[in-house]
Design a protein around this ligand. Structure first.
Ligand SMILES: [Zn+2]
Length: 123
């Protein structure tokens, strides 16, 4: 059974297996399980490389930049205070979004059946 792209993306946002939507794909913060613990779907062969970090920066930027502009326009805080607020908030936002964006990327790769074929190239 092929899952719809919307169901696969929701599984990605929830950091769940793209095949069954139930098993967690991570064993640690960014460590992808080799196989789904619920349905045994192979997960290790989908390499997201740097697309996950790239996507988390894009999403984090779209959250943080409007907030920075709003605070600057309405409150005009001192620069040292803004740096004290925005730098840690940006880092925390991106670190929060990173596993979600990596999971979304893995789900898209799974849906498109884009497995890493590096093993085949080495032979
Ligand atoms: Zn599964």
């Amino acid at each position: 059974m092929i899952r719809s792209i919307s169901a696969v993306l929701i599984s990605g946002i929830l950091k769940k297996c793209p095949n069954c939507g139930k098993g967690n794909i991570y064993s640690k913060y960014l460590k992808v399980n080799d196989h789904c613990i619920k349905c045994s779907e192979e997960l290790y062969s989908y390499r997201t490389d740097d697309f996950g970090p790239w996507l988390s920066i894009i999403m984090g930027g779209h959250i943080i930049v409007p907030l920075v502009l709003w605070v600057e326009q309405d409150y005009a805080l001192d620069l040292w205070l803004q740096a004290l607020i925005w730098i840690p908030l940006t880092i925390l936002t991106v670190l929060f979004l990173l596993p979600i964006s990596k999971s979304i990327c893995l789900s898209i790769l799974w849906r498109l059946k884009m497995k890493n074929n590096q093993d085949n190239q080495e032979k």
